[in-house]
Design a protein around this ligand. Structure first.
Ligand SMILES: [Fe+2]
Ligand SMILES: [Fe+2]
Length: 164
């Protein structure tokens, strides 16, 4: 990263968040497919549609800056996805996988919330109020998705999971 001023810091963060959202569209689809419970499937499926909109809004922000949308690898998200793939190679019990995926979803929402929570005030500081508004819409949907997954995690029926 070579961000020497606030404008570069914003552009860099936006590119990494663009990468994050693109990765999460695929990850959410995969986690929906892997889940055995309807509530989990619905949460992942609905947030997948929202995530596609997050990508569209970020592309609009790039347009506002007269820039071509560009994704930059975010190693934290890449690592989460790699851990997920590694977990699958151990052929987990279905309910253990459900519980793992709820947590994986929550981690990614927390991460996105942190990203948008910082991009928004920086956009506002740079005088890009319209961009800040669009990113704020993404942030609100991340928070709602986190609440939804947290509720599912709290209501999870541990009786069905082998305790080892
Ligand atoms: Fe998102
Ligand atoms: Fe999200």
């Amino acid at each position: 990263m070579c961000a020497n001023n606030l404008d570069e810091l914003f552009r860099d963060g936006l590119k990494q968040t663009y990468y994050t959202e693109q990765q999460l569209v695929d990850a959410l689809e995969e986690m929906e497919r892997q889940s055995s419970e309807e509530a989990i499937q619905t949460a992942f499926s609905e947030h997948r549609s929202e995530t596609q909109e997050h990508i569209d809004r970020i592309e609009t922000v790039f347009e506002m800056m007269d820039e071509q949308p560009e994704a930059k690898t975010d190693n934290a998200v890449k690592g989460l996805i790699e851990d997920h793939e590694k977990f699958l190679t151990h052929d987990p019990d279905q309910h253990v996988l459900d519980r793992y995926n709820i947590a994986a979803g929550q981690k990614s929402e927390h991460y996105e919330i942190a990203a948008y929570g910082n991009l928004i005030p920086i956009a506002a500081r740079l005088g890009m109020d319209d961009a800040a508004d669009l990113l704020e819409q993404n942030l609100r949907e991340e928070q709602d998705a986190l609440d939804e997954l947290s509720g599912i995690g709290e209501a999870f029926d541990y009786g069905q999971v082998p305790s080892g």
